[in-house]
Ligand binder design. Sequence first.
Ligand code: CO
Length: 499
Amino acid sequence: MQSFQLYEHASTVPTDSYQRQDWQKGYESLKSEFDYWIDDVEGQIPAKLNGTLFRNGPGLLDVNGHPIHHPFDGDGMISAITFTNGRAHFRNRFVRTAAYLEEQAAGKILYRGVFGTQKPGGFLANAFDFRLKNIANTNIIYWGGKLLALWEAADPHRLDPQTLETLGKDSLNGVLSPGEAFAAHPRFDPSCNQDDGAPCLVNFSIKPGLSTTITIFELDPAGNIIRKQAHSVPGFAFIHDFAITPNYCLLFQNPVSFNPLPFVLGWRGAAECIKFQPNQPTRIIVIPRHTSKPVQLLETQSGFVFHHANAFEQGDEIFVDSICYETFPEVKPQSDFREVDFADLSSGQLWRFHLNLKDQTVSRQLVEGRCCEFPSIHNGRVGRAYRYLFLGAAHAETGNAPLQAILKIDLESGKRQLWSAAPRGFMSEPIFVPRPDASKEDDGWVLAVVYDAAYHRSDVVILDGRGFSQGPIARMHLKHHIPYGLHGSFTSEVFVPEV
Ligand code: CO
């Protein structure tokens, strides 16, 4: 696959494709909440693109001027970009979690963050405080008539899809107990073989410890949990995402150890107590979705995985495409994440894992060496053989750097296309939206929010999924920036905005 690399339409920006100060500005808090029709548009919003793009991510990087230690500790803020008849509307609202309301009222940090944010007052003020702040900042999905903001260590928050008003925590019709985890990376099976081909949502939760309990949930289109199973696997597990096929769930247990002492004593956040173990293998946990066959544990070379692109079956073989890091990219306790030296961290690269369930063997192959993250595919290809993959990517072909481009990979021909917003644009997760009635897998639009440091504002960009050579079909300039976000999703539902 490597030999076919061909990058079309890469611009002529030099290798040093960005200024650190530009990148840093995308991490300023956005304190205001907006509602408006986007009227500053270059190009044309496709009339057939109707629906709502929901995005989630940390909106506040400080609490009343007190900086948080890591963006993953920032309060969740939802953006909704509604497309209707060639127009687009923007709205953003903070998820009004209990902790957000308390901290905003107090004007200071009251909770420790999992990624190292501490309450003021040093370790004495933080020791033995194990309260979790459910910050609802990682993903947002619309399923079963509910808009749910997700954070992997606790229960979802439900919002009104019209107004983005927070309605409270959601137990998925009584299935989750208060505070029970529901991961931020559900997978949408387009056609479940247990449900006469109806779509279903598959998600997991992790209860880590000396051994780890993994629970798998399957929800029908009405939002009811129709299947739930739990398994215990040996060892501590830090698992952010998973992949599915029609018959299996696949989870990568990264080789890490956890020493809780610095967290207990108030020196570090819980996630800062995770240590990467480069000499241990990554364990791949293969859980059958619909049979009582045993869970299988396979091993592969070490590496750290946050996100998977997709997985599919071929007989007794399973292929899993994942973004792997050579080591866990951690932020040191005493450092500022804005000062991170990209060259010091390993970059995400796309690998294909080939699991042979009969022989219990795993082999892997590098598919894309360019620094990349946030994979997106056609929603009808989830768990199936697929051809096209869209990713956020670095502008330069080698080295670790912020995401500034969208990369399209044709996994069949090996051909690549790149659209880059360098030198002053910074990319978020792209989302592929199929064109209604399209028959080709890449016939659709790629939507992404791009931070433009030249104007300190964000743009919503629409690219033609079939080819990037014409540049964006439309580039919508927002009136403000959106701090770098995490994940989002698109629904064809148009929630007509009430302004
Ligand atoms: Co994620």
